[in-house]
Design a protein around this ligand. Structure first.
Ligand code: AMP
Ligand code: ZN
Ligand code: FE
Length: 286
């Protein structure tokens, strides 16, 4: 079994890249991908650990796309098999990271006004070398006793529409796809059901437009994706000749219900998916 979406402490996961590989080894997973949000800085460690623990590793990244979707939906695109030495990729991610830091500063200012102050030092200590995200802020707020848990921090302060919310600077879908493809990656639409379209037809139209822009595939195995949705996406992938991927979206203790490999309990992603993806990548780039 494999797992092609997970996050390390280089973004908003709780495990180091090495700890992820170690866990995969213990679980008997054969191939895993590291797909941190907006950063590839964890990949060298991830690959080294893969060699030590004899787990096959895929370098990846997860990019949030700037687009309007219904019902608070969001679009994330995964880059798999990316060349993490690509200068263009590094430069663009560096820009995004910088924007994230600016946004964190603004959130801190808002929290100060709301009488739940946290400092930049606390935030950097929490995020370590990683890309700062709202989960880091939420964790500090729990620790300081402002809220009872992470979801309360989001509900009361951090979610869209809440008083300390700030939009994140994101790439347009065209640019996100271009960045991934220029770095020799396969571009996969992550958790398509979370675009939150009311009907599958609308999601399908949107997927078709992404395919026209270079999308290579769909993540159809995913923690909590309704079985019916997986079935419909699977037919669509077949029809449009799209690659198929699957991942748990493991974040360690930061999302403790989701387990690596098995997701909410019933996920099992066959090795065959990895071989198909690899073959597709080789055809495109070798
Ligand atoms: P950011 O990249 O800073 O916008 O933060 C996004 C992260 O926050 C993602 O990993 C989400 O899963 C997490 N997140 C978003 N909403 C919530 C929520 N209501 N409760 C807990 N985590 C959330
Ligand atoms: Zn995440
Ligand atoms: Fe995602």
């Amino acid at each position: 079994m494999i797992d092609l979406q997970m996050h390390s402490n280089f973004s908003d996961g709780s495990d180091t890249p090495t700890a992820l590989v170690k866990k995969a080894r213990e679980l008997g997973l054969t191939t895993i991908a590291l797909t941190d949000h907006d950063t590839i800085d964890g990949i060298p460690e991830f690959i080294e650990a893969g060699k030590s623990y004899q787990v096959n590793t895929v370098p990846g990244v997860e990019i949030s796309v700037d687009t309007k979707l219904p019902n608070n939906g969001h679009m994330h695109i995964l880059g798999l098999f990316i060349d993490f030495n690509s200068k263009e990729l590094k430069d663009t991610l560096h820009f995004l990271l910088n924007e994230r830091n600016k946004r964190a500063n603004k959130i801190i200012q808002k929290l100060e006004q709301l009488n739940v102050p946290i400092t930049l030092e606390e935030l950097h200590a929490e995020a370590g070398e990683g890309a700062i995200g709202r989960p880091h802020i939420a964790k500090i707020m729990v620790r300081k006793g402002y809220v009872k848990d992470i979801s309360a921090a989001f509900e009361i302060y951090l979610k869209k529409g809440a008083p300390a919310y700030m939009d994140k600077v994101k790439l347009e879908e065209e640019d996100a796809l271009k960045m991934i493809k220029n770095a020799n990656g396969l571009a996969i639409l992550a958790h398509p059901h979370l675009m939150n379209y009311d009907t599958f037809e609308e999601a399908q139209d949107r997927i078709r437009s992404l395919v026209d822009l270079g999308l290579d595939g769909l993540e159809i195995f995913y923690s909590g994706m309704p079985q019916q949705y997986t079935n419909m996406l699977s037919k669509l992938a077949d029809w449009l000749d799209l690659a198929i991927s699957g991942g748990s979206d493991f974040h360690g203790d930061n999302k403790d219900k989701i387990k690596m490999g098995s997701g909410l309990g019933d996920l099992a992603i066959p090795d065959e998916l990895y071989y198909n993806l690899k073959e597709r990548w080789e055809k495109q780039y070798l």
